[in-house]
Design a protein around this ligand. Structure first.
Ligand code: 13P
Length: 337
């Protein structure tokens, strides 16, 4: 089992490949659909995920797909369960196992991610359904007087307990501590909070005996707050993100797969490309984007079967651009769409 997990972790960050995060909860996908007037039903969500996951040649740039509980139980229009369809194409099926970020008690404005209760049994069921890896997202908000040490430590503890349960049960954990880009904070403040968060996460992983060779880290990039008047450029974001991660992420971790966090699709690609081009690094750098891969596809698809090909082409273009970026070979003018 241990060797399998090491192999799976390495496969998730294989050269030129990244992860497609398609694990929006029913509430979140509902908001994305509503923004472009698509009704969210079990069938419309299935049809959308079917279109995404059936994109031709997806396996050339995508190593794994993260699904939501509803999706991992659904099938293609031809009746093939999504996990089987992905595995048949050489793509690792993954599953979001947290149950969402909730208000942290006695900590106004801060969140803690829930989902540890009963997780051992849920992991066993997901393994039966074909999952090979999992994801848990912790959310750290920057604001007036926050984040508190309470918030950072509580989330780090939960992430580490999740990761230990995954490794025990046979799934590679993607450990995702996300420092949000919402707010008017500076890039320096984002650096400071991301550094403190990563330190707490790796301390907690050590306490819970998590094997670093058998996980993938999914961090935010070090960015200016969305509403800060000074927006750091690509070079500065790449330099500060790498400086922060070199201080905090042990070289035993096989790969770092960034989240996009609300950056535009092009920006997320450019940032990854700049960091990759600054290598060599102790770990593989790649992407595990949700919005930065899907947004153009969702807009092209518009909920209509007739636009399925257009949606797939938009997704494919983003996947190829990010595959190139993970190798420092992205050229904006050569990217389709
Ligand atoms: P974004 O890339 O849209 O931030 O989504 C990644 C993800 O998996 C969030 O948990």
């Amino acid at each position: 089992m241990a060797d399998d997990l090491t192999t799976t972790a390495q496969a998730l960050v294989a050269p030129g490949k990244g992860v497609l995060a398609a694990d929006e909860s029913t509430g979140t996908i509902g908001k994305r659909f509503a923004a472009i007037d698509i009704e969210s039903t079990e069938e419309s969500r299935r049809a959308y995920r079917d279109a995404l996951l059936s994109t031709p040649d997806l396996a050339e740039s995508i190593s794994g797909v993260i699904m939501y509980d509803e999706t991992i139980r659904q099938s293609t229009s031809d009746g093939i369960p999504f996990p089987k369809m992905l595995a048949d194409h050489g793509i690792l099926p993954g599953i979001k196992v947290d149950t969402g970020a909730k208000d942290l008690a006695l900590a106004p404005g801060e969140k803690v991610t829930e989902g540890l209760d009963g997780l051992r049994d849920r992991i066993a069921e997901y393994v039966e359904l074909g999952a090979k890896f999992a994801k848990w997202r912790a959310v750290i908000t920057i604001g007036d007087g926050i984040p508190s040490a309470t918030c950072i430590d509580t989330n780090a503890h939960a992430l580490a307990r999740y990761a230990a349960l995954c490794q025990e049960g046979g799934l590679v954990p993607i450990v995702e501590p996300e420092v949000l880009m919402d707010g008017d904070h500076s890039i320096e403040r984002c650096f400071e909070v991301t550094e403190a968060t990563q330190r707490a996460v790796f301390a907690a992983l050590a306490i819970q005996r998590v094997d670093l060779e058998q996980m993938v880290l999914k961090p935010n990039m070090v960015l200016s707050g969305k509403d800060n008047e000074r927006q750091a450029d690509v070079e500065e974001v790449a330099t500060q993100t790498l400086r922060c991660l070199r201080r905090t992420v042990p070289a035993a971790v096989p790969g770092i797969a960034f989240l996009s966090g609300g950056q535009g699709a092009d920006m997320a690609t450019e940032h990854l490309n700049a960091m990759s081009a600054m290598g060599p690094h102790p770990w593989v750098l790649t992407f595990s984007y949700g919005r930065a891969l899907q947004d153009p596809a969702l807009v092209a698809w518009k909920g209509e079967e007739a636009n399925r090909d257009a949606g797939q082409q938009a997704l494919s273009a983003r996947c190829k651009a990010n595959s190139a970026a993970s190798q420092g070979k992205y050229r904006p003018d050569s990217a389709a769409a």
